[in-house]
Design a binder for this molecule. Sequence first.
Ligand code: E4P
Length: 228
Amino acid sequence: MKFFIDTADVAEIRALIDTGFVDGVTTNPTLIAKAGRRFEDVIADICALVPGPVSAEVAATSLEGMLTEGRALAKIAPNVVIKVPLTPAGLKACRTLTQEGTDVNVTLCFSAAQAILAAKAGATFVSPFVGRLDDVGETGMHLIHQLVDIFGNYSHLTTQILAASIRSPLHVVEAAIAGADVVTIPPKVLWQLYEHPLTDKGLATFLADWQKTGQALVPAKAGNQTNL
Ligand code: E4P
């Protein structure tokens, strides 16, 4: 399962690059508004940092508007993926942009029926929003299971299931159990994946016990003696 980072904050992405876990990035208009910078500049900066797919969402709602914006955004860098909403116009834009060789992420997917349309329109990614379904009393992860089952019935389908609206480490684990191709994770949640109190406790004990041995694995350099 690939890890995309769900943010438009370049500093947050930069901090995560060193982990080796950043396969791509997703943004949306809300995240761009939070970043408080010019959209095209943010996308260019992210694409320079991350070689994987970087989703940039159109703001237009008409087919012509989406195509104009999508084509302009796609020129920013070869790894830009155009995000379009799951509407009739959005799916037409998806088909056209895909035929032109641009990767498309169909966003705001809340049902299996919608996802089937996105796949038939040739989407590279479809983004089911797990957390927002949970918010309205549904089990968002059920949709991921459904899509893995449905897409698995058709070996020629290349649309990747991108689990979005991820709110917790449990969502990440459940998306992996379901077999999502990609999960897009807010930076805070990615850092949480490392955490377990027993890891901290165990490490503290091991370090304390190691100190008691009086040993050093690497000969200490003069002026850099941390033990003994
Ligand atoms: C991803 O592409 C979406 O923009 C994002 O995951 C939405 O998450 P939210 O529901 O937490 O805003």
